[in-house]
Design a protein around this ligand. Structure first.
Ligand code: SF4
Ligand code: SF4
Length: 98
């Protein structure tokens, strides 16, 4: 399988890693990754006591915890700065298959 690769000005081929998953068992919904990402990839979501995820529309809504969700993976540029700013190291990446 081939992966999306770019050729750098030096002539070296580089295969970026794009956001692939967030470990919701580790995520504490702190929002640091969201603030880091300039590409609107991420969205903070609520999780109810049945484990169902839903968008937070009203701060008074009841939920078990908050987690970060990959809402728009197609916008990711593979900079990996979100995980660098995650104290829990929840985010994993993968090259994009072509
Ligand atoms: S920075 Fe890490 S712990 Fe905080 S919301 Fe993002 S993925 Fe979750
Ligand atoms: S790798 Fe970069 S562009 Fe992709 S979600 Fe993380 S911060 Fe946003």
């Amino acid at each position: 399988m081939s992966h999306f690769t770019v050729t750098l000005p030096s002539g070296i081929a580089w295969t970026p890693n794009f956001i692939a998953a967030i470990n919701h068992d580790k995520c504490i919904g702190c929002g640091r990754c969201f603030k880091t990402c300039a590409r609107e990839v991420l969205q903070l979501m609520a999780v109810d006591d049945d484990g169902e995820m839903f968008a937070i529309e009203d701060e008074d809504e009841e939920y078990e915890k908050k987690v970060m969700h990959i809402a728009h993976p197609e916008n990711c540029v593979g900079c990996e700065s979100c995980n660098n700013n995650c104290a829990r190291r929840c985010i994993s990446y993968a090259p994009k298959a072509m």
